[in-house]
Design a protein around this ligand. Structure first.
Ligand code: HBZ
Length: 800
């Protein structure tokens, strides 16, 4: 079939690319070479690249339609896609063509790349994982669609004012987004509020969901999948002309504004009460639009509902899209008139759920009142699901009332709330954690009751990251060296091939080249002295992740260089990056204290050339791609038993940083693979940490008995760092929920070993190469392969 209907194919030569670029500038951007701005050049380049992917997309869609495959649908409230230009150049094979073509417009590639704004439609690891999985799904030729929300404002921009985090709106699409295809014809209608009448649910408010999509190309294959993002719009007739004519301008657009608010902003945190109902509305909006779209797509080629689970698997990325379970029940029972049991059997065979946390407070619950007001029919359906669940629990565990109370979808005290994680476990056929340890802890703690009832439902899929984005694009110099070391670039599609680098760790010439590339990456980052060890802690700020432990170490190093230089160790630049949730005051205090300590050290000439603390603001994917290749030491120091997995740990190890870490999350698996001798382990393990927390833990005993720790905390308390951060020290001394003081000595001593190891650069380089060589497991391609064999059971569809 000629999908182009006679249109000429897009060319692959430099001349053809340049001609297309000029044509796009003239006809689609509506300007000329003489008057083109940098923005014109950027947008035109984006269109020229996008056209090449669109061609592959058309063929992918046709092949998928033809084969009527089993589809993987990924539902996620967040996607941290990262900058698009470089990736799309690489994946479309046009990286080499762009610079010359841009030159005819009078712009450099760097100037143009700087205009590529990353869509920051997520908070942290969970959102970035979603983006990596989509990349690997396309690379493995799996028919898949990601669904999400097209927030007008993404994750806030972090600035520092006097060292304090301030949040600015992230108007990422203000200039428009050249990568996006609007698909207004595929709009959906979503109801909220209202009442249950004799004919069923009558919504009191209706909004439109309008989709657009971004192309998700696979690497080294023709497949191009999509991520479909929904934007809320008022129904067309919502503008009140009568009020507008009467000068009531705000009232005239009230309805439109209310509707559009649903996709206005990515909630930067879930720790405030403000806007919680809006967040719940967002969740239902995503779920309702996406499910109708999934059903619409199913119906292209299928007629029988009994085929739905065979053709569809819907992965819930954490609990945010869990309302999909009652929503599909509602569609099947109320609209399609299926029997309840029949519908439930289809639903239970369609959904799977990934949990990303171990913090009990992070398990979402919604007040019954709020959910019942917003979605009365869904609450009724949740009650019906709960009745059946509790009947099953009672029959399996007669007389165990406590178990019934724990497993109920409804928490009764202190307020009646719906437990979304329990609903997600009940309505799915598979539940997975994101690292071995995490999955074990889920079945032994968080979901122990459910694992006792349905042991086969639980599994593990260890996270992974995109080697294309986080090695090839982020670290081109090292990538070239890896390719020459391995004799081929096949590692980009099969990361296990990195193991072929291991013998080269013993080759002094290769080690020299390795050091050179790593040094170039440091120079490119431009922070601190390239000869100093770059010690990085990049992740969201949270007390359990323990940036405060790293900070105590920094203060200790500072004290040593002033008072005890023979114990100082080696020159270091300590880099922090990350955002705190706007309402998370304890995390914001830690940020402020870090900046104050950085300033004090910077101002002290004694520290010059020895110790520096840098904290570039607004850590995001773009910045991560610059920092990760330059890092020597990766800080993965959470309290054991709290970090579900981590993915930054994988990106850093793959790029040759050595890890200092606790036995937490995927650190355990990284250490197993890179070898205990190439990993700096410290601190309490999960059972020891849990036992200490359960006992009468007194952080002050550590303060009393450790001179260096006491000096560090006393310095903060005495106001030595601009008089800020006393609350951080008090919280550690009085409560220390995450056992920072208990792990301090073990951490600082291990850091001394790190410093000693750094002094032997040949040995360090060897360890660095072995980290890369043995981290191939942490490719998101492997993660997707695991999802496929354990949960999704979908097959590739390759373009002929
Ligand atoms: O998901 C992270 C985990 O902390 C990390 O260990 C793991 O590697 C990563 C991917 O599996 N979790 C998050 O990023 N969580 C959130 O961002 C989040 C967002 C909204 C919420 C709750 C959590 O309401």
């Amino acid at each position: 079939m000629d999908l182009r209907n006679g249109l000429r194919p897009l060319g692959t030569t430099p001349d053809e690319f340049q001609r297309d670029l000029l044509s796009n500038l003239y006809y689609r951007r509506g300007t000329t070479v003489e008057s083109a701005s940098a923005q014109d050049a950027y947008e035109t380049l984006a269109l020229t690249v996008r056209d090449r992917l669109a061609e592959r997309r058309a063929r992918t869609a046709a092949a998928h339609y033809e084969s009527n495959p089993r589809w993987v649908y990924y539902l996620s409230a967040e996607y941290l896609l990262g900058p698009q230009l470089e990736q799309n150049l690489l994946y479309s094979g046009t990286t080499e063509l762009a610079p010359a073509a841009l030159k005819t417009l009078g712009f450099s590639p760097e100037e143009v790349a700087a205009l590529d704004v990353e869509p920051g439609l997520g908070n942290g690891g969970l959102g970035r994982l979603a983006a990596c999985l989509l990349d690997s799904l396309a690379t493995l030729d799996i028919p898949a669609v990601g669904y999400g929300i097209r927030y007008d404002l993404g994750i806030f921009k972090q600035e520092f004012d006097n060292g304090e985090q301030v949040e600015r709106p992230d108007d990422w699409a203000f200039q428009g987004d050249p990568w996006e295809f609007p698909a207004p014809d595929d709009w959906q209608m979503v109801g909220f509020y209202g009442f249950l009448g004799p004919e069923g649910w009558v919504p009191g408010e209706v909004v439109h969901g309008e989709p657009s999509h971004l192309l998700i190309p696979g690497y080294g294959t023709e497949t191009v999948n999509i991520v479909r993002l929904w934007r809320a719009r008022a129904a067309r007739a919502s503008f009140d002309l009568r009020r507008f004519s009467a000068g009531q301008y705000a009232e005239a657009v009230e309805e439109a504004v209310r509707a559009e608010n649903i996709s206005k902003v990515l909630y930067p945190d879930d720790s405030t009460d403000m806007g919680r109902e809006l967040r719940l509305k967002q969740q239902y909006f995503l779920v309702s639009c996406s499910l109708r779209d999934i059903v619409r797509r199913f119906r292209f080629r299928n007629a029988d509902w009994d085929d739905f689970p065979a053709k569809t698997v819907i992965q819930l990325n954490d609990t945010h899209p869990t309302l999909a379970i009652p929503e599909l029940m509602r569609l099947l029972v109320d609209e399609e008139k299926l029997e309840w049991e029949h519908a439930w059997s289809l639903v239970r065979r369609t959904f799977a759920y990934t949990c990303h946390t171990l913090l009990p407070e992070a398990l979402e619950t919604w007040p019954v009142d709020m959910l019942g007001r917003l979605l009365p029919r869904h609450l009724e359906i949740i009650y019906l699901i709960n009745e059946a669940l509790l009947a099953e629990v009672r029959s399996r565990f007669p007389g165990d009332l406590d178990r019934v109370r724990r497993m109920s979808l409804i928490q009764e005290e202190p307020q009646r709330r719906v437990r979304m994680a329990n609903l997600a476990v009940t309505g799915t056929f598979a539940v997975n954690g994101v690292a071995e340890l995490h999955s074990q802890l889920l079945t032994s703690t968080t979901f122990a009751d459910f694992a006792a009832l349905w042991p086969d439902r639980f599994t593990n899929v260890t996270n992974g990251v995109s080697p294309r984005r986080f090695v090839r694009l982020a670290n081109p110099g090292l990538s070239t060296l890896i390719t020459s070391g391995l004799g081929s670039d096949a590692w980009l599609r099969d990361l296990s091939l990195l193991s072929g680098l291991a013998p080269l760790a013993d080759d002094p010439a290769f080690r020299e080249q390795w050091r050179t590339e790593r040094r170039h990456a440091k120079e490119a980052l431009g922070l601190g002295d390239p000869g100093a060890m770059l010690d990085v802690m990049i992740k969201r700020f949270h007390e359990y992740k323990r940036q405060q432990l790293k900070l105590l170490h920094v203060i200790t190093l500072y004290h040593r260089l002033r008072d005890n230089p023979e114990r100082f160790g080696v020159p270091r630049t300590v880099l922090f990056g990350g955002k705190a949730a706007p309402a998370y005051y304890a995390a914001k205090s830690i940020i402020r204290l870090i900046n104050a300590v950085a300033a004090a050290i910077e101002a002290d000439p004694k520290a010059y050339g020895l110790l520096r603390v840098v904290f570039p603001p607004n850590y995001n994917v773009t910045l991560a791609e610059k920092i990760i290749p330059a890092a020597d030491l990766s800080e993965q120091i959470s309290m054991a038993g709290k970090e579900a997995s981590g993915t930054g740990n994988m990106k850093l190890a793959l790029n040759g940083a050595l890890t200092i870490g606790t036995l937490d999350g995927a650190n355990v698996e990284i250490r197993d693979r890179v070898g205990a001798g190439n990993f700096f382990l410290f601190g309490l393990d999960t059972p020891a940490a849990a036992a200490l927390r359960a006992s009468d833990y007194r952080p002050r005993t550590y303060y009393d008995s450790d001179d260096e720790l006491r000096a560090a905390l006393d310095a903060i308390l005495s106001g030595a760092f601009g008089g800020v951060g006393q609350e951080v020290a008090h919280s550690l001394l009085d409560r220390d929920e995450y056992l920072t003081l208990a792990d301090y000595r073990s951490y600082v001593d291990k850091q001394d070993e790190v410093a000693a190891a750094w002094e032997d650069q040949e040995h360090w380089t060897r360890m660095s190469i072995l980290n890369t060589a043995n981290s191939g497991f942490f490719s998101a391609d492997r993660t997707v392969a695991d999802y496929l064999s354990r949960i999704w059971h979908a097959s590739p569809v390759r373009l002929s």
